[in-house]
Each structure stands twice: as structure tokens, then as C-alpha cells.
Design a protein around this ligand. Structure first.
Ligand code: SF4
Ligand code: SF4
Length: 311
């Protein structure tokens, strides 16, 4: 079997001895690269058929990935680590102009970094881009598979543009691509108060439910508006008694644990490669099917009634 990781650009490909990297800690889990998992555990013939369908997006993703890692070492010599209010507004405006739907801010912990990865700058600008809901309703389908890779590609391009924008304004920047990446994005986005990680391992967001993809840009700007709290942690409690994704997953890849989620990616790889990127865990999720506020209200009512039982 080809070890695709060796042939794809990564942060290790452009490693510089003089750069001080932030390394993972002993609790970090290993990062997986979607095309690699699919090649290792999926069906090769289906992979080939998919490559013809999503080829342009995949090629674009890899081109942008190479750019991301190559340009990590291109940083302004004279730089700032503080941004004023006007600069922050302009930065946000620029990010939204690239088609990003939501922005969050989080400090990356070493445990967020995959055990086989590293980053240069600790402060994350977390980016969400939604996938077309109507298309994702049809998943698994050729259209939904295309939509997944369209979003990956758009995000991989966006992170490089944001990195360059930061550099042009004398800030350090490091692109964290959506396809690839060094950090557990759903957890980082949860830290940034953009949603909470559901039992499926997907980030559940108030506006788009789980129908999103995530990327990040890292910097050493110190005064970004980092979130201190997460207002969506009740979602994890909701997941304990929901289990729709667990039942719907065709390969039993989502474990029904009462607490943290656990996804067996080796099982997921088969439907992912043979059934157009699967994504049944997205469109079977309660937060995809029903409005966020209605679920929240019903959950709060239920929790409240448990807190004060009628006698
Ligand atoms: S993509 Fe499909 S196989 Fe993978 S976890 Fe989701 S539902 Fe299961
Ligand atoms: S389907 Fe239910 S258990 Fe699974 S992530 Fe969505 S809300 Fe949580």
C-alpha cells in the first residue's frame, strides 16, 4: 500500500532548524489525513472513481496545502503582536469577504495538537464554512461528495489568503488547512465558543448544525478576543440520550459512550470511500433535522423538570 503521507506536503516538509515549534503533549492523539485513511482502509476502486469526480478540488486542495506549509517560513521581519480595534474589524471584514461564515478565537493547547504534528504560533483564528444544506440532505450522493470537497478547497484557499493578509499587515500568520491540518479543529472551535463537539465527533453549531467544515489560521497576536466560556456545552448532555448518529452510521464507527465521543476512522473509511463521502452522521443528526433553538428549549425544559421532580 502506498504511504500517501510521505508524498504529500506537511509541516515537516519545510521544517527549519531555527524555527521554535510548539509540540504536542503526551495526551495528544494521532492526526489522520482523509485521503490517507481512505486509501488505507477504504476500497481502492471506489477511490479511483471518486478521484475522477472530485479530482479538480482534490488537486486544488493539495496545491493549497503545499503553499500553506511552504509559506510558514515567509514571515515579516518587523512584526506586531497586538492589534487595535480598527485592525481587528478590517481583519474580520477581510475574512468574511472570502466566504467564511463564522469566526472564533482560541488559544491552542499542546494537547490540541496531533501527536504527529506541530505548529509555530499558538493563537488560533478558527473559521467555519457551511456546506449547502439541500445538497447535504441527499448524502450519500455524488453531489454531496462534491460539496464536501468544494468546501475543503474553499477553506484551504481562504487560510492562505488570510495568512498573507496578516503578513502584509506586519503580523505573523500560519495557515491551518481544512483538509490536512495539525490540530483537532472541532475541539478548537468548541474552545472558541462556535459550538460543541457532538457524539459523532462533529462540531454542532447554532446556525448550521453539523453541516460545516473547519479550518484555522495561527498567529502570535496576543490581544485577540479569545472566548473564555462555551455556552453550548449542554449539547454534549443532549447527545447522551440522542444517539441518532450512532444508530444511523452504516459501519458502526460511532461508539455509544455516555461521555466523550469516539469515532473509529478505520470503520468510517469504508462507507466514506464507497458511498460518496457518506456523511450520514451529518444529515441524520438531530441538529440537522430540527431548528437549534427548538432543541435547546426542549432540552432545557426537560433538564429543568428533572432538577425539580414533581412529588
Ligand atoms: S461518515 Fe458515515 S461511516 Fe463515517 S462516521 Fe459518519 S455515518 Fe459513520
Ligand atoms: S445525532 Fe444526536 S447524538 Fe449524534 S451528534 Fe447529533 S445530537 Fe449528538
Amino acid at each position: 500500500m502506498i504511504d500517501i503521507r510521505k508524498h504529500l506536503p506537511s509541516i515537516h516538509s519545510y521544517e527549519k532548524k531555527t524555527t521554535r515549534y510548539i509540540l504536542p503533549d503526551e495526551n495528544s492523539s494521532e492526526g489522520q489525513f482523509v485521503p490517507d485513511i481512505v486509501l488505507r482502509y477504504g476500497k481502492f476502486s471506489s477511490v479511483l472513481r471518486s478521484v475522477f469526480r472530485i479530482g479538480p478540488y482534490l488537486a486544488g486542495c493539495i496545491r493549497e496545502l503545499k503553499r500553506s506549509y511552504k509559506e510558514v517560513n515567509d514571515q515579516p521581519e518587523s512584526f506586531r503582536t497586538s492589534i487595535d480595534e480598527e485592525g481587528l474589524c478590517e481583519l474580520k471584514e477581510f475574512i468574511f469577504s472570502l466566504g467564511i461564515d463564522e469566526i472564533g478565537w482560541a488559544k491552542t493547547a499542546r494537547s490540541d495538537i496531533f501527536s504527529n504534528q506541530k505548529i509555530v504560533y499558538p493563537n488560533a483564528i478558527v473559521l467555519l464554512m457551511h456546506m449547502d444544506r439541500t445538497i447535504m440532505e441527499s448524502a450519500p450522493s455524488k453531489k454531496s461528495q462534491k460539496e464536501i470537497f468544494r468546501t475543503y478547497y474553499a477553506l484551504n484557499r481562504a487560510v492562505n489568503s488570510i495568512k498573507r493578509y496578516l503578513n502584509e499587515n506586519n503580523f505573523h500568520g500560519e495557515a491551518g488547512p481544512a483538509l490536512g491540518g495539525e490540530v483537532k479543529y472541532p475541539h478548537l472551535a468548541q474552545k472558541a465558543n462556535l459550538g460543541a463537539v457532538g457524539k459523532s465527533g462533529l462540531l454542532i453549531t447554532p446556525t448550521f448544525g453539523p453541516c460545516i467544515r473547519i479550518a484555522a489560521v495561527f498567529t502570535d497576536i496576543e490581544n485577540l478576543p479569545f472566548s473564555k466560556e462555551n455556552e453550548y456545552m449542554w449539547i454534549r448532555d443532549f447527545c447522551k440520550s440522542c444517539n441518532r448518529c450512532v444508530t444511523a452510521c452504516p459501519s458502526h464507527a460511532i461508539e455509544d459512550t455516555s461521555d466523550n465521543h469516539h469515532l473509529d476512522y478505520t470503520r468510517c473509511a469504508v462507507p466514506f470511500s464507497t458511498r460518496y463521502g457518506c456523511s450520514i452522521c451529518i444529515n441524520s443528526c438531530t441538529f440537522f433535522k430540527s431548528p437549534f433553538d427548538r432543541i435547546r428549549k426542549a432540552h432545557m425544559k426537560h433538564t429543568h423538570s428533572l432538577d425539580f421532580p414533581m412529588t
